[in-house]
Design a protein around this ligand. Structure first.
Ligand code: SF4
Length: 214
């Protein structure tokens, strides 16, 4: 699938502007809890290196991962959109078409194949890719206080994944959190302990710890 992904040009605008497609990274160890992180889209550094979460967002991403008690080797890391565009705008009509296209071409298949126990959705774009117009209505960027309510319920994603046969009946914990880029502004370096005490992080970590024991 990776070789096909690297040749993907289904979004003509993005295919022209990217240096390369930034693929997902699967765990290199067999995970005891199957956790998938979904970011927004590659930034400039990721576009140059061909790997997710390498640029300024790496700091926030690694801090959150560590606060959740997870090592990079045991998690699945991907983006909602796999190609970089300098003026990529999640709120533009074209941006939404690109999110939808990359979701149906790649992201849903990734979820179907990995069968995550939990998806940590980083930021509004990842939530849009998973929840479609429900995320748009929630306006997650401005109303992040609503996120715990979403995280409370074990979300059944069959309505989104129904076009992927292998996923029928699968469900996973949806664990929304801020995208690492804005997190950088208010979290680091001195506030790692605060991140670890954050109610959402504590809730997600408890679920992950429980999954490890099962
Ligand atoms: S954003 Fe996704 S669907 Fe669009 S060209 Fe890139 S890999 Fe293909």
């Amino acid at each position: 699938m990776i070789s096909e992904l690297k040749r993907c040009a289904r979004c003509p605008r993005l295919a022209k502007m990217r240096s390369q497609v930034v693929p997902w990274e699967k765990p290199i160890e067999s995970p005891r809890a199957r956790v998938m992180f979904i970011g927004e889209a590659p930034g400039k550094v990721e576009d140059a290196k061909g790997k997710p979460f390498q640029g300024p967002s790496a700091k926030g991403f690694n801090a959150l991962r560590s606060a959740l008690g997870l090592r990079r080797e045991e998690i699945y890391v991907t983006n909602a959109v796999k190609c970089f565009a300098p003026e990529w705008n999640a709120n533009s009509k074209l941006g939404w078409q690109e999110i939808e296209r990359c979701r149906s071409e790649w992201l849903l298949n990734e979820i179907a194949e990995f069968k995550p126990f939990m998806i940590v959705a980083l930021g509004t774009t990842a939530m849009k890719a998973l929840l479609d117009d429900k995320a748009l209505k929630l306006n997650l960027t401005k109303k992040a206080d609503q996120w715990p309510k979403i995280a409370e319920a074990k979300t059944n994603m069959v309505h989104i994944l129904s076009d992927v046969e292998a996923t029928n009946g699968n469900s996973f914990w949806l664990a929304p959190f801020w995208h690492p880029s804005p997190m950088n502004k208010w979290l680091f370096p001195q506030k790692q302990a605060e991140l670890e005490r954050h109610p959402l992080v504590a809730r997600y970590r408890t679920l992950i710890d429980q999954a490890r024991k099962n």
